[in-house]
Design a protein around this ligand. Structure first.
Ligand SMILES: NC(=O)c1ccc[n+]([C@@H]2O[C@H](COP(=O)([O-])OP(=O)(O)OC[C@H]3O[C@@H](n4cnc5c(N)ncnc54)[C@H](O)[C@@H]3O)[C@@H](O)[C@H]2O)c1
Length: 442
């Protein structure tokens, strides 16, 4: 089948590559000329396990094409996916400018019949607005006879496992009121759910709401555990043990119950805010979600307070080694990453930073200050040289079993370890002479 994907970011590029991998002809369109020029040569601008090989293979086999010319992608395609960004506005609402611009371009350029599918995360009513914009543009061109339908298919991939999630999704939600559109979308996506039928077809508003509701629920679980972790510390309980005790209850399940530094990334923070904003515009108060957001903010401060409690408010002359900068392991995405809040707070108190991340160093260099206060290191141990503290920020697997003798030699005497992800053994670390601070570990 022939597919045009508009927006070649985390969602668009992964979806395009996976559809090409399953034998479809895919045109990926983006307004970012440098990105498209690189992709044409097989250079993938994001780190996502398995993606680069898949892109290169499908490029070579001519099933995957990249262009900045939307018409080139639109003309041959039956399906047109909109996968552009929907970043947060100042008031928390989703900025739909890119989505509407893409819809306008589609209406201005399309000639044959199309199924336009929104994949970006968009508030209820946006898919119908896309239909309206395309209809207006066609009418302006005197092309009312060009038939098209719109649908909404929310994207549930997780950065760091995006290819795997796209190829083997838990479910595929199709928001449409049109049975023929649903049938065609099921045909397109059927290779991804060969083992069992995992399609759920529902109304467009229900599908739009499902995406926000899913992210809001996951964020709620994280904030709930983070708040509990603070109480665990006060009463001498271990949030890790509590997690296991709770998560083994089949009514609760074990996912997203890890206490840590709060959720970050490009989705949870913005989607929680957008849902709160949407609700308040309809005079509905989502008090639980407001609390989820607040708990997320205070969790980072809770962790910073441990460092201030140990070293005092003034941190000049202190060096902190940060392990992990991306908002979670296996991605180089730094959007709303806890590392940025922590580094800002430490730098503003005069600390020096030595940072290391297995894949996010290049992006970090474009965000963190280059005034000499931050040293970008080439491995985890180099970051520890002369440091007063190790701060484990992102739970990359390689940080779990470090060489503690080497660490002791590299760091200043009586150094402290701040384990923002409860990855290390407190007893072991303390036995080696370090001060240890975790999250909610009794
Ligand atoms: N990143 C995720 O893990 C994830 C998961 C599920 C859903 N989503 C949602 O998917 C959407 C896309 O997210 P992303 O992380 O892939 O965004 P991104 O910022 O990585 O990529 C968006 C791309 O769209 C391009 N673009 C913008 N306007 C365009 C236009 N008019 N024509 C062509 N290209 C255009 C940009 O240049 C950019 O390359 C968002 O709504 C997001 O909330 C993201």
């Amino acid at each position: 089948m022939k597919v045009c994907i508009i927006g070649t970011g985390y969602v668009g590029l992964v979806t395009g590559a996976c559809l090409a991998e399953n034998g479809n002809d895919v045109w990926c369109v983006d307004i970012d000329q440098a990105k498209i020029a690189g992709l044409k040569e097989g250079r993938v601008p994001i780190y996502e396990p398995g993606l680069e090989d898949m892109v290169k293979r499908n490029l070579t086999e001519n099933r995957l094409r990249f262009t900045t010319d939307m018409k080139e992608g639109l003309d041959p395609s039956l399906f047109v996916f909109i996968a552009v960004g929907t970043p947060p506005m100042e008031d928390g609402s989703a900025d739909l400018g890119h989505v509407y611009e893409a819809a306008s371009q589609i209406g201005s350029l399309m000639d044959g019949n199309k199924i336009v599918v929104a994949k970006s995360t968009i508030p209820v009513g946006t898919t119908e607005r896309i239909r309206g914009i395309i209809t207006e543009r066609l009418a302006e061109r005197g092309r009312r006879g060009v038939e098209f339908d719109v649908a909404f298919c929310p994207e549930f991939l997780k950065e760091g496992a995006a290819v795997e999630d796209c190829l083997r999704p838990d479910r595929i939600i199709i928001g449409t009121g049109n049975e023929r559109t649903a049938e065609l979308l099921r045909e397109l996506f059927s290779p991804f759910v060969m083992k069992e039928n995992r399609f759920y077809t529902m109304s467009i508003p229900s599908a739009e709401m499902t995406k926000y509701a899913s992210n809001a629920m996951l964020a709620t679980r994280i904030s709930f555990m983070n708040e509990l972790s603070r109480l665990c510390e006060k009463v001498g309980a271990d949030v890790g043990q509590v997690r296991v005790g709770m998560g083994t209850d089949s009514r609760i399940g074990s996912s997203f119950l890890y206490a840590g530094l709060g959720y970050g990334g490009s989705c949870f923070p913005k989607d929680v805010r957008a849902l709160i904003n949407c609700a308040s515009s309809k005079k509905v108060d989502l008090s639980i979600l407001r609390a989820v957001e607040e708990a997320n903010r205070t969790q980072r401060q809770f962790f910073l307070d441990k460092m201030i409690g140990h070293f005092g408010e003034e941190l000049s002359g202190r060096t902190f080694a940060l392990w992990g900068l991306s908002f979670k392991p296996h991605t180089d995405d730094l959007r709303e990453a806890p590392s940025l809040t922590i580094s800002d707070a430490l730098l503003s108190r005069g600390a020096a930073l030595r940072v290391f991340d297995p894949v996010a160093m290049e992006k970090a260099r474009t965000i963190l200050p280059d005034d000499g206060s931050v040293t970008f290191c080439s491995d985890a141990y180099e970051a520890l040289e002369g440091a007063n503290a190790l701060v484990l920020v992102t739970e990359w697997p390689q940080f779990r079993r470090p060489d503690w003798d080497k660490i002791r030699d590299l760091m200043k005497p009586a150094a402290a370890v701040f384990d923002g992800r409860n990855q290390l053994s407190p007893a072991h670390v303390r036995a080696l002479g370090f001060s240890y601070y975790g999250i909610g570990r009794g």
